[in-house]
Design a protein. Structure first.
Length: 234
């Protein structure tokens, strides 16, 4: 009996680990780059553990000191880029991508500090009273978007964030999986992207899209509310 219980515990632990993920690969067009070549190696690259404190410095890029060891990919404005996870995104939740003009360069650790981030893509859950939730990011492994053609040329950080909501019914229960890629945009325009937010700082943890019981919504519920600013478009 003891061996049976131990085996069950180990199997459950294995499932927990396998259901977590990282985003180690930058995708440019049809090219998938090597692990952590153009994406800053995150602190959870072994554990795959999420961020649960939205006030933590880890909210920026979930890494401590890997910027200078990460290459910067040159890509034209209007190109398709994104991230590939190390396995399919398993948890139900909301996924978005932000960009930030890098100052002074993308491979500088301080880049991305302050209110410099603007949202460029999102995979928004839908909900109906009859069918419940649909999760557009669930069971996908690659997430791409088009770099806005109008943003100024220069170096940027690109930040992917999946907010897993399977245990988000209590404060701090949402699990955030985060990574930042480094790019140099050419052929851009002259727009001023926004609204701009900071990480940490964009969320309090009390947003209805972060603190939510997806299995038992109120009778008055009308649909998912996305956290953070509106998506920028040219």
């Amino acid at each position: 009996m003891k061996l049976t219980i131990t085996a069950a515990i180990l199997a459950f632990a294995s499932q927990l680990v396998s259901s977590h993920y990282t985003f180690p690969d930058l995708v440019v067009g049809s090219t998938v780059t090597a692990d952590w070549q153009y994406v800053r190696m995150t602190d959870n690259h072994y554990s795959q553990a999420p961020v649960t404190d939205v006030t933590s410095p880890s909210m920026k890029c979930y890494e401590s000191n890997t910027a200078s060891n990460t290459s910067t990919y040159t890509v034209a404005a209007g190109s398709t880029i994104g991230f590939k996870a190390d396995q399919a995104v398993y948890h139900p939740g909301y996924l978005d991508i932000y960009m930030a003009k890098a100052n002074p360069t993308a491979n500088t650790e301080s880049a991305g500090s302050g209110a410099v981030w603007f949202k460029v893509a999102e995979w928004v859950p839908t909900w109906t009273k009859a069918a419940g939730f649909t999760w557009p990011s669930e069971n996908l492994q690659t997430f791409t978007f088009t770099i806005p053609k109008c943003i100024p040329s220069g170096q940027y950080l690109v930040r992917i964030e999946q907010i897993a909501l399977h245990v988000a019914s209590t404060f701090g229960g949402a699990q955030l999986y985060i990574a930042c890629g480094q790019i140099n945009v050419t052929g851009g325009g002259s727009a001023n992207p926004g609204p701009l937010v900071a990480f940490p700082g964009a969320y309090t943890g009390n947003e209805p899209g972060i603190l939510i019981n997806i299995y038992n919504v109120p009778a008055t519920y009308t649909g998912y509310t996305t956290p953070g600013p509106a998506k920028f478009t040219c």
